[in-house]
Design a protein around this ligand. Structure first.
Ligand SMILES: Cc1ncc(COP(=O)(O)O)c(C=O)c1O
Length: 381
């Protein structure tokens, strides 16, 4: 692809930082993970940030730490990555899937209200493609029913609602630093929360339930195990990359916003495309990618359109390729029908995700707009 869908933005600074770690004796439990946590906390305006080995690990750790398990239900969007739902299921709890709203692809808030029952313990929201969920009504619902709210911020570095960073709107936010995300640590994740007591528990449970981190041990090798826990730590090499990436991320986000605006302007009036609402006002997106939506009647033409764009060198993706309840494992386990989550289904069958990452410029966006117009014209015939 001459215009790849995503590309990690690794520069000399990241390479030097990695070599620096490799030249020293500390690969895990070191100062870089702490520094990355402090830097990320400052950047997001969060009092507590905890590095983890991935967003999936972070979400699992949160549910596990809350004691969510068998007999409990957690509300999750049908339109998301399997990780959001898997992490609930891994605890023994049941994910209750809620459909999307057609304007943004985010979870339908009225449908959340309808899905709350006596076993509901928590709500997971996903800021779909970086557009913030309107957390005000979500938090009001949660308060009324005494529910915990996790924000899956895998695509939400830079997402803000009312100028508050995603992850600080609910009880906890979990980020992903997978290679094509807004910033990367190769694999990796971060949890942010305003709750000091939860942060302390997460720190212990992410590292075997051990009471003292390495630097807190007065006698080397002596510690107690005070809790049940995993090994979900981030290592120093990852943290060193993350520190450098965070210095660049505002610039990356500006470029994403510019590229997104160029696609939005170029494609908004192209028939029969349907576009999601652009951000503005209270809503600031992180612009993960640009979803162009085909009408339902064009579903069968999507593959053709994708392949024609790819043949012109334009990388594409689909977010996400099925509503989670329609993925084989979930369909067989829970027996949901496509008609249970029709908007999520429309997004999975009729969307094409176009790239807007910081590896691309204005010219690339013009090429994408021209190619989309040509291909749509070709398949309309
Ligand atoms: C919404 C969402 N949640 C979670 C994840 C999983 O993130 P990670 O690969 O860091 O575990 C992804 C991955 O793309 C995602 O899109």
């Amino acid at each position: 692809m001459t215009i790849p869908f995503g590309k990690p933005m690794i520069g000399d600074e990241e390479r030097a930082a990695v070599l620096d770690v490799m030249s020293g004796p500390i690969l895990v439990h070191g100062p870089r993970a702490t520094q990355f946590e402090n830097d990320f906390a400052a950047w997001t305006g969060s009092p507590h940030a905890i590095t983890v080995s991935s967003c999936t690990a972070g979400m699992h750790l949160v549910w596990f730490t809350l004691g969510i398990g068998q007999g409990d239900e957690v509300i999750v969007p049908a339109q998301t990555h399997a990780a959001t739902s898997h992490t609930v299921l891994l605890t023994g709890a049941t994910p209750v899937f809620v459909d999307s709203e057609a304007e943004t692809g985010n979870i339908n808030i009225e449908a959340i209200a309808a899905a709350i029952g006596p076993r509901t313990k928590a709500i997971a929201v996903v800021h779909y493609l970086g557009m913030p969920v309107d957390m005000t009504p979500v938090m009001a619902l949660a308060k009324r029913h005494g529910l915990f709210v996790l924000e899956d911020c895998a695509l939400a570095v830079g997402t803000r609602l009312d100028d508050i960073h995603a992850g600080m709107l609910g009880d906890v936010g979990v980020f992903s630093f997978y290679p094509v995300k807004h910033m990367t640590t190769a694999e990796g994740g971060m949890i942010i929360t305003k709750h000091a007591d939860l942060a302390a528990k997460l720190r212990i449970k992410k590292a075997f339930g051990v009471d003292k981190a390495m630097h807190e041990r007065k006698v080397p090798g002596i510690y107690d195990v005070v809790d049940l826990g995993y090994n979900y730590r981030m290592n120093e090499i990852q943290a060193a990359i993350g520190i450098e990436q965070l210095k660049k991320v505002s610039n990356f986000l500006d470029r994403r916003a510019e590229n997104f605006a160029a696609l939005d302007a170029g494609l908004r009036d192209v028939e029969p495309l349907q576009l999601f609402r652009a951000d503005g006002g209270r809503f600031k997106s992180s612009h993960y990618c640009f979803n162009m939506m085909l009408p339902e009647s064009w579903a069968a033409r999507r593959t053709d359109i994708i392949l024609k764009l790819n043949a012109r060198g334009i990388g594409t993706s689909v977010h996400y390729p099925g509503p989670v309840p329609q993925m084989s494992y979930y369909r067989e386990k829970f027996g949901h029908k496509p008609s249970d989550h029709p908007v999520a289904g429309w997004i999975s069958t009729c969307s094409i995700a176009l790239p807007v990452g910081p590896h691309l410029n204005r010219n690339d966006m013009s090429r994408i707009v021209d190619a989309v117009k040509t291909v749509i014209n070709e398949v309309s015939k």
